[in-house]
Every structure is written in C-alpha cells, then in structure tokens.
Write a protein that binds this ligand. Structure first.
Ligand code: BES
Ligand code: ZN
Length: 488
C-alpha cells in the first residue's frame, strides 16, 4: 500500500443526497450514473480517438519526429481539460506525458500506463484506406494505432474524465504515464522510472495494450514474452560486382546473410544460440492443461492469417508456441537488386532486422553476447559484420491470486458482460518488468483488443464496441479498487 491514512473519500457533490442510502446502493447509483454518462458521450469519445489517430506518431521514423511530439501535445491538452494536473516531461527522446488526480487517503493508487507512439504503417499499398485517415468499417475503426495503443490507452483517459465530470472526483488516486517510445524499446522511460520512483509510487499499474482471448471472451493477461531486437549488417566488396566475372571467388554478403540467419534456428524450431535455453523453465502441467482447455480452432486460425499450414517448435501446441516458448524471427531483410527483371551482381552489402521473443528468466544481454560470438565465429573472410543491438526486455509473468486481479475481473465482467479468462500473450511491453521491480506494484494487463486487429500490419483496427466496453470496464475498475479492504 502506498500510503494508508484512514480517511474516507469526500462524498461526490452531485450525489450528496444519496449519502443516507446503504453504501452499496449508493455506489451502484454512482456507477449507473457514470454508465449513462458514458453512453451519452460515445460519439464524442470516438471523435477524440479519431483526432488522435490522425496524428502519424511513428517513433521508429525520425521523419515523423514532429508528429510524435504533436501526439504528446494532444494528450496534454486533453488531460489538462479533464481537470488533471498535467505535465509534458522531456526526455533524451520523445516526451513523457504525465497527469495525476488528487490523492485519496486510505485508498489504493493506480498508475495507468500506455503509449502514444505507433509502428510504421508500411506496407502502405496494402491499406484499404490510408493509415492516418481513420475509417469506420464493419463496426471497427481502421487506422494505425487504433488498438495499439491509442484506442486502448484512451479508454482510461475517457473513464477518468467521466468520473471527474459526473462525480467530481475519482474514488482512488490515478496517475497517468503515457510514453512515446514503447514501439522502440522504452529506454528513456526506464531511466525516468528509476529516477522518479516516489512520484510514480502506486499499488497497481493498469495497462491496456494487449488482447482479449477472442470476440466476446475478454481476458486478463498474466504473462508476456520479452524481446531482444537486432540489425545485422554485412559488407563485402567496395561496390556491386558482375557475378559472372567474380562469382565463385568473392564472398557474397547476401549469401552469407542467409547462411548466418539460417544457422540461428534448426528444423524443429529450436534456437541455436549457445546457452539460449539455459534459463528457460519448462511449462507447468497446470498451464498446459488450462490452455489445452481453451477453445482454439486451427482451421479458423490459418484462415485468419491466410496460410495453408503452420510450423513451430516441435512438441508444443500453438498457444504454447505463441505465449510461452522463446523464438526467433526475421523482421526484414535486404540486399542487391530489387527492381524489375534480373540483374546479375554480387551485392556489396546485405542486412536484416531480426528478433528473439524471450520467456521469463532469459537475459537479453547474455543472449546478445552469445549471439555476437556465434555470428563472428561463422564469418568467412571477405565480409565484415556489424551487429546493432536495438533493445531488449525480459519476459514477464504475474501472480493471479491478487485482490487487484479480482477487482479487475469484476470491472471487466461489468464492462464486457462476461468474466475474463486468464491468458498469456506473446507480444512484449518492455517496461512492465521495471514497473514490478522499481515500483513494487502489481501489473494488471487488461487488453481490449482482438488477435485479428492487424497490429503492426496493414489495416490495423479496433472494434468500437470494445472501445466503449473498455471505457466502462475502466470506469468500474476505479470503483472496485476503491472498495478493496485496507489490508491489501
Ligand atoms: N501492444 C504491443 C504488445 C503486445 C502485442 C502484447 C501482442 C500482447 C500481444 C506493444 O505495443 C508492442 O507491439 N510491443 C513491441 C515491443 C518491442 C518493439 C520492443 C513488440 O512486442 O513487438
Ligand atoms: Zn502497443
């Protein structure tokens, strides 16, 4: 508990007349008043999301630097307009947006984390409508960042605004921390966190940047994979060469690139970096059984992805492969001639971006060292290599037996009309481990997205009904957290 001084919160001015009622009747009255308010505001909430989605805040691309800053400014304006004390905090990279409501003695403090940056929208020609011109289609809002994470993050901003507008204050203190570098590894936020532990002190961290298990099946995510992300650059001859004149004698960087990358994983889907699995714990039988009981449809899954088959680490189910096993992926590669028709050259350069997804206890720094040594040991004469270590974050699992999880579960049930299932997911939120370690707070991953939201790909979408359900669940969450006994 951050600070527990036994005062009860002030009664809301607007609802003071209810003070003689039984407390639970009063709180259900407050919640239904908030629900009504949310319904009346749904168009305005969507319009605000559309405004934010129009800003192309792509953090990986420096050409969008001023857009990323504009998204931060937009949030500052919005949060200040809600009546929160709000600040734009500069970092060595993109600014952190920070806001807080007044302390509520004796009640928990929730830190809401989200990100206003988005992934690059490429490949542009595969978008049905332009990525930064939000379009309504089939009950969804389609735009880069719709679900990851502008739409999900905004659900909490809107729920906080709703409490402030209807009740006049929140039943707990909330602190909002919204960054602009999540999609590039959150390194500046990590430093900010270490230096601002007091200011960010909280009991739980609420994050909506994950997914539901399926439509109509909301979830609480209790585990995420970590990540280690790289770029490999190979340089050969000083310029492209005629492959007839020189082929056979000269080391071809493109050929070496494919050889090196292929050496990182075997035919059974096992990563070959020495020591890679040393810290990997076997999956527990309980988890394996629970996941096996979750409804999955292999045919539908393949159809959703547009593939006719799947491959993955042998001996593991699809959910196990995606949620709890480490893996290797190539994210992009380039070399040589890409234009129309053939061109017979030995390219001077070749490169690839690739990443490992990690599970708890794997250490990204150890993996980088082993990877560097492995690649260097295989490098033939005639090519130079440079390995760029972009960022790394460990995997993460949180305990489920927690009153905060129970409060979240109740809130989700009220927001979505059904109890959430407990899942793990395969994506990464680099800062989560730091929240748990530095702030000693519980992390609640409450995702409103769907697996088929096309995050990081063309035609990213967010279901508008889930947007509104998420706002309602969030509004109820503040109430259920406030109702937790003081001994938490
Ligand atoms: N929203 C995702 C995280 C996520 C994705 C959680 C899928 C669960 C399922 C987040 O914004 C993200 O994409 N993170 C990056 C982090 C990386 C760039 C350091 C990721 O996972 O690739
Ligand atoms: Zn995200």
């Amino acid at each position: 508990m951050v600070s527990r001084v036994g005062h009860r919160p002030l009664l809301p001015v607007a609802l003071a007349s209810l003070s003689t009622q039984h407390p639970s009747a009063m709180s259900s009255e407050i919640l239904s008043q908030i629900d009504q308010f949310l319904e009346s505001q749904s168009d305005r909430f969507e319009a605000q999301l559309i405004e934010l989605l129009r800003i192309p805040s792509v953090s990986a691309d420096s050409q969008h630097a001023s857009d990323v800053r504009q998204a931060a400014d937009w949030l500052v304006t919005r949060l200040a307009a809600c009546g929160l004390s709000t600040e734009l905090i500069p970092t060595a990279g993109y600014p952190i947006v920070y806001a807080e409501s007044p302390p509520v003695p004796g009640k928990p403090v929730a830190l809401i984390y989200g990100h206003y940056d988005v992934q690059p929208p490429d490949p542009l020609d595969e978008w049905i409508t332009p990525p930064f011109e939000p379009a309504r289609r089939d009950g969804n809002l389609v735009a880069r960042g719709a679900t990851d994470d502008k739409g999900q993050m905004l659900t909490h901003v809107q729920s906080v605004a709703a409490w402030l507008q209807t009740v006049g204050h929140l039943p707990i203190q909330v602190k909002l921390l919204i960054e602009g570098e999540e999609e590039v590894g959150s390194e500046n936020l990590e430093m900010f966190l270490v230096e601002n532990r007091e200011r960010l002190a909280c009991d739980c961290v609420v994050i909506s940047d994950t997914s539901q298990f399926a439509p109509g099946r909301p979830a609480i995510t209790y585990g995420l994979r970590g990540i280690a992300c790289y770029e490999l650059r190979l340089t050969g001859p000083k310029q492209d060469l005629h492959s007839g004149s020189f082929g056979g004698a000269v080391t071809n960087p493109a050929k070496e690139l494919t050889r090196l990358l292929a050496s990182l994983i075997d035919d059974e889907g096992r990563v070959q970096v020495p020591g890679f699995y040393d810290q990997v714990e076997p999956l527990s039988e309980v988890e394996r059984e629970q996941w096996a009981a979750l409804p999955t449809d292999e045919q539908a899954f393949q159809q959703q992805l547009g593939v006719k088959g799947l491959s993955g680490e042998r001996g593991y189910s699809q959910l196990e492969q995606r949620w709890a096993r480490p893996t290797f992926d190539i994210n992009g590669m380039w070399s040589g001639y890409q234009g129309e028709g053939p061109k017979t050259i030995i390219p001077a350069r070749a490169g690839a971006k690739f990443s490992f997804r990690l599970v708890p206890y794997q250490d990204p720094a150890k993996i980088t060292a082993a990877l560097q040594a492995m690649l260097e040991s295989q490098l033939p004469p005639g090519v130079e290599m440079e390995l760029i270590d972009y960022h790394g974050a460990p995997g993460f699992v949180v305990p489920l037996e927690s009153p905060y999880v129970q409060a979240a579960s109740r809130a989700i049930e009220q927001g979505f009309g059904t109890r959430p299932v407990m899942i793990r997911e395969g994506g990464s939120i680099p800062i989560v481990t730091q929240f748990a370690e530095q702030l000693q707070a519980e992390v609640l991953l409450l995702g409103w997205g769907q697996d088929d939201d096309n995050t990081h790909g063309p035609n990213e979408k967010f279901c508008l009904a889930d947007f509104h359900r998420g706002i309602r669940a969030s509004a109820h969450l503040w109430h259920h957290l406030a109702a937790l006994p003081d001994s938490v």
